[in-house]
Design a binder for this molecule. Structure first.
Ligand SMILES: [Mn+2]
Length: 424
């Protein structure tokens, strides 16, 4: 849908303005002793997976207001990620959700994805709702359920998700459990934890050796009194008991307000137990808003810990994913904005003078430590991010290009106004 020649023509029209801002930034960074080429390469290589469920219009329990042209099958979802990737050269992976995204023909799906430069990131299981014709119900839990038969079904589902992922070349399974209780007295906490651990042990045993198990946590919702895996401590406890391949996944929206997420990131990396990220932003809870829309400074501080952790710890390679819901905006535009925000935060974190920061910390120079962080945060790195994308053949301004190419209307023309994405 987006031809390389079209992007080239779009870029030519925007190049002189881009060059003016880039020259200014490049000169000031060079004066500070920043080596630009490795920086541009690091940013250009950084890829963030798009979840298959984020390509359609989301909704709340009150309503959903789709705008047409949604992908209604796996092929269309991959094509949409291909479109995003052609524009921003930063979304070269898709994260699938089973059972919604089970391929009919693995080879055809793999060929389609590789033609578009798309890899298969972590696969996600779903035991938070009942599927048509299922014998059992997950209403009262899945891996933690008191009934061994229901636990077995949930375990079997997770094993099948791994099997689908193996066929596609995925290297990780993400488990998020809705299990929990809504009322005091409903659950035996110790029993629910123990059953979950034993279920996860069976799933872990099914993992290929080069796979990771990512365990996501969430403090509340859909259960409002207790969640079986409510926080990073519980996730880490499970991951530690399971073994080296099990790690914790941090979803930015899965924290109570004002939680110090950057500190969680630092400690998990120190323990070699941070497996990956679900990026989004939130004001109150699991709002699933566009990344960087509400708290860009927090996102930057998280990236500062990630940059230091990647340099100084033996934490395994991370899985980077967006996990957001798009209720008002065109999902594709929202995703382009999220990826750009992530890259801006990463670019700023790469500019921090960490040696200076350590020196300030050791002298208890609190003002200097704060200034060092804010010096990087207040740098307008957008020309740097654009330069890294332009160098890889992407559009200098992906969102503007998306609108200029009128992609949503093309999608509506080919898929119709009523097409609906599965899994919403
Ligand atoms: Mn998530």
């Amino acid at each position: 849908m987006v031809e390389i020649n079209k992007i080239k023509a779009f870029n030519e029209a925007h190049l002189s303005e881009h060059n003016r801002s880039w020259d200014f930034l490049a000169e000031s960074l060079t004066r500070k002793g920043v080596d630009l080429d490795p920086l541009i390469k690091t940013l250009g290589d950084f890829q963030i997976a798009i979840p298959s469920w984020a390509l359609g219009t989301g909704g709340t329990r009150f309503g959903r207001f789709p705008q047409g042209g949604e992908p209604s099958n796996l092929e269309d979802k991959i094509k949409d990620v291909g479109t995003l990737h052609a524009l921003n050269q930063s979304s070269g992976a898709i994260s699938l959700h089973i059972p919604w995204d089970i391929p009919k023909d693995y080879n055809a799906i793999k060929t389609l994805a590789s033609d578009l430069g798309i890899k298969f990131d972590a696969v996600n299981s779903n035991t938070f709702q009942d599927q048509p014709n299922s014998k059992h119900s997950y209403k009262f839990g899945s891996l933690s359920h008191v009934d061994a038969g229901i636990r077995r079904e949930a375990i079997q589902h997770n094993k099948e998700v791994i099997d689908h992922g193996i066929q596609l070349g995925s290297k990780a399974l993400t488990v998020w459990l809705a299990d929990g209780s809504c009322f005091a007295g409903q659950h035996n906490f110790r029993g629910a934890f123990q059953r979950t651990l034993e279920s996860l042990e069976e799933i872990y045993d099914h993992l290929p050796q080069d796979w990771k198990l990512l365990i996501e946590y969430k403090p509340y919702e859909p259960n409002f009194y207790s969640m079986v895996i409510p926080d990073w401590g519980t996730s880490h406890l499970l991951a530690s008991k399971l073994g080296d391949q099990a790690t914790t996944l941090v979803d930015l929206g899965h924290h109570l307000p004002n939680t110090n997420i950057e500190q969680i990131v630092a400690l998990l990396m120190h323990l070699k137990k941070l497996g990956g990220f679900h990026f989004n932003d939130s004001k109150y809870g699991d709002d699933d808003l566009t990344v960087g829309a509400v708290k860009p400074y927090q996102l930057f501080l998280i990236f500062c810990e990630l940059v230091q952790g990647m340099r100084e710890t033996a934490n395994p390679e991370l899985s980077w994913m967006i996990d957001a819901s798009h209720n008002l905006k065109d999902p594709m535009e929202d995703l382009l904005q999220s990826v750009e925000s992530i890259k801006i935060a990463y670019a700023r974190a790469l500019l921090v003078d960490y040696d200076g920061l350590k020196a300030a910390q050791s002298k208890h120079d609190v003002a200097a430590a704060q200034s060092i962080l804010q010096e990087a945060f207040r740098t307008d790195v957008r020309p740097l991010v654009k330069a890294s994308i332009y160098k890889k053949g992407g559009a200098i301004d992906a969102l503007e290009a998306y609108r200029y190419f009128d992609i949503r209307n093309q999608l509506i023309a080919s898929r119709g106004i009523d097409s609906q994405s599965t899994g919403l």
